[in-house]
Each structure stands twice: as structure tokens, then as C-alpha cells.
Write a protein that binds this ligand. Structure first.
Ligand code: T46
Length: 142
């Protein structure tokens, strides 16, 4: 997978009465969870995201329906389909993301390592490339 990204399989407890998945910070999630948000009601054909984060780490889980996540660095790109509610996608530092192909009723939940701060976002692609190329070249991250 693209550098600084990986799947996380959370434990799902299944039974006749349904399924339950528990996620604990600093154990199940690879960071202390400081924020949870979720994205719903995305109209057909809409793509969200188009940014990267310098410090924020996140885990994305699709709790209902399906969604695709495009993750990219200056050197790699991959499309990850999310549809299992216990399979998370970890996205670490400096990875560009776009979320698209939301099915009707899709619910994308995000666990985040930091509180919301706009200063951590890189929303301009040219600026992203300027910072991400040296970042991923350093320490043989490519
Ligand atoms: C990410 C992807 C997966 C807040 O007020 N608090 C929050 O915690 C967040 C995440 C957003 N906002 C506000 C900022 C904007 O006015 O909600 C609005 C929509 O945010 P944005 O356009 O950044 O949403 P997405 O779906 O493009 O991106 C979000 C996260 O912002 C981002 O960190 O990685 O989901």
C-alpha cells in the first residue's frame, strides 16, 4: 500500500443479535483518539477531500454502504474500496486523500489523532507537492 497507510482489522463480535466492534485508543487505534467525525449524505458523483495533513493521523471506516478512497503521495497512488465496518484504513502524515463513489446512505466515520485545526491542512496541490516530495525522499521513504 501507499507509504504511511495500512489497513487495520478491528475485532468484530458477531452473534444472533448482530455485530459489535469496539475500538480503544492506544491499543486498537494506533494513536490516542482526540476526535471522531462522520460524513453522511454525500450526493452521487461528489468527491470530497483533496488535501493532505502534516501532523494528523486518521483511521477511516465505512459503517454503512461503500466508498472509495484515493490515497496518493508524489510517488504512489492507490484506490482503496471501503465497505466492511470493521476494516479501517489508516492514513498517516503527508498523504493526499480524495473520497468518492459514496453509495446512497454511506456513512464514513473517521477517528482522528488531533482536534480540528485548519493550519494542519495542505489543500493546494502545488504546495502539497512542494512539501511532500522532500518529505517522502527523506529517510528513504520512497
Ligand atoms: C479528512 C477527510 C477524510 C470541522 O468544523 N470540524 C472537523 O473536525 C472537520 C473534519 C471539518 N470541519 C469543517 C471544516 C469545513 O468547513 O467541516 C467542513 C468540511 O470539511 P472538509 O471540507 O475538510 O471535509 P472533507 O470531507 O473534504 O475532509 C474531511 C476532513 O476534513 C479531513 O481531515 O482527512 O475528511
Amino acid at each position: 500500500m501507499v507509504k504511511n497507510c495500512h489497513y487495520i482489522d478491528f475485532k468484530r463480535v458477531r452473534g444472533d443479535v448482530g455485530a459489535l466492534t469496539a475500538i480503544e485508543g492506544s491499543g486498537d487505534a494506533p494513536f490516542e483518539i482526540r476526535r471522531v467525525y462522520y460524513i453522511t449524505g454525500v450526493p452521487e458523483g461528489v468527491t470530497r477531500g483533496f488535501h493532505s495533513h502534516r501532523e494528523l493521523e486518521q483511521v477511516l471506516l465505512c459503517l454503512n454502504g461503500r466508498v472509495k478512497i484515493r490515497i496518493k503521495t508524489p510517488f504512489e497512488e492507490e484506490i482503496i474500496p471501503l465497505q466492511e465496518d470493521s476494516k479501517g484504513l489508516y492514513i498517516g502524515h503527508m498523504v493526499w486523500r480524495e473520497m468518492f463513489d459514496f453509495t446512497p446512505g454511506a456513512v464514513l466515520m473517521v477517528l482522528a489523532s488531533e482536534h480540528y485545526t485548519e493550519e494542519d491542512y495542505i489543500r493546494d496541490y502545488a504546495k502539497y507537492m512542494e512539501e511532500a516530495i522532500p518529505y517522502f525522499k527523506k529517510e528513504s521513504r520512497v
